[in-house]
Design a protein around this ligand. Structure first.
Ligand code: IPD
Ligand code: CA
Ligand code: CA
Length: 266
């Protein structure tokens, strides 16, 4: 795909995400009357998830019919050029009236995150990353914190019921023992974006899905984060662990989490 093809996609999809953000925010403001169901234990679903994904799929099919799409709610198959969508990441937050949720859409080209767009409408924040072209928050360039001291760091450890409690607690324990403060906001996508903008110093989760990370990885990589090779193996279909952090803490976080970053040039 040429740089011009990518430019076209980046700007067109930014427009789609702005529309999708208004749609999602409307649902958020009316959430008391929304249909909210559970897909499983602590796995929330609202009508906004389905509506936002359907809107993005419909528009992408018209604008870029040759591009494949994978979405959390509607599925899909991998391809050389594939959009990966999480219509609402942080659905539990959304359902509870917490503003930390976002729409995430990333373009993966031959297994590499190329474009990432993450919009958090209730926070009025839009992150964009494009491989080789930098990362921005609301149009301003962003970069990782540059922290090198675990004892001054804030690390987010993502959680889901897909991981045994003991494994989650061991990672939290190891991170605390290393001197970090530990938090969990409840949106893996925003968690990675927060590393990119230097609000936190690292994000780790022992299992996460491709739609949670595809866009945010493009953003974090351009902001200077170290990342593991999430799309190795069958990551696109079945998920993988994720580690994203400011480079000065990657050795320590690799030791604690067992998740190994891919270095530049690897
Ligand atoms: C979840 C959130 C959560 C992360 C989970 C994800 P959802 O996605 O990103 O923070 O820890 O791994 O499944 O269900 O809110 O789209
Ligand atoms: Ca998600
Ligand atoms: Ca979701």
């Amino acid at each position: 795909m040429s740089p011009a093809d990518l430019d076209l996609r980046q700007f067109a999809v930014l427009g789609l995400v702005a529309e999708a953000s208004r749609l999602a925010l409307d649902y958020f403001n009316k959430r008391d009357s929304l249909g909210i169901t559970m897909k499983g234990e602590q796995d929330w679903l609202t009508v906004a998830d389905g509506a936002v994904e359907a809107f993005l799929r419909e528009r992408l099919a018209v604008l870029f019919p040759a591009d494949a799409v994978i979405g959390e709610e509607g599925g899909g198959e991998a391809a050389d050029a594939v959009w990966i969508i999480d219509p609402i990441d942080g659905t539990a937050n959304f359902a509870h009236g917490d503003r930390n949720w976002c729409i995430s859409i990333g373009l993966l080209l031959n297994g590499v995150p190329e474009i990432g767009i993450v919009s958090a409408p209730a926070l009025d924040e839009v992150y964009v990353g494009r491989r080789g072209r930098g990362a921005t928050l609301n149009g301003e360039p962003i970069k990782v914190s540059g922290q090198t001291n675990m004892a001054h760091s804030c690390i987010e450890i993502g959680w889901s019921t897909r991981i045994p409690h003991a494994d989650y607690l061991a990672t939290v324990q190891g991170t605390l023992v290393a001197g970090a403060s530990v938090r969990r906001v409840g949106s893996g996508t925003l968690g990675i974006c927060h590393v990119a903008v230097g609000r936190t110093d690292g994000y780790a989760e022992h299992h996460i899905n491709a739609w949670d990370v595809a866009a945010a990885m493009a953003i974090a990589a351009e902001a200077g984060a170290d990342l593991n090779d999430f799309f190795a193996g069958d990551g696109i279909r079945t998920g993988n662990p994720i580690l994203c952090c400011t480079p000065g803490l990657s050795a320590e976080l690799e030791r604690i989490t067992g998740i190994i970053c891919r270095r530049k040039g690897d």
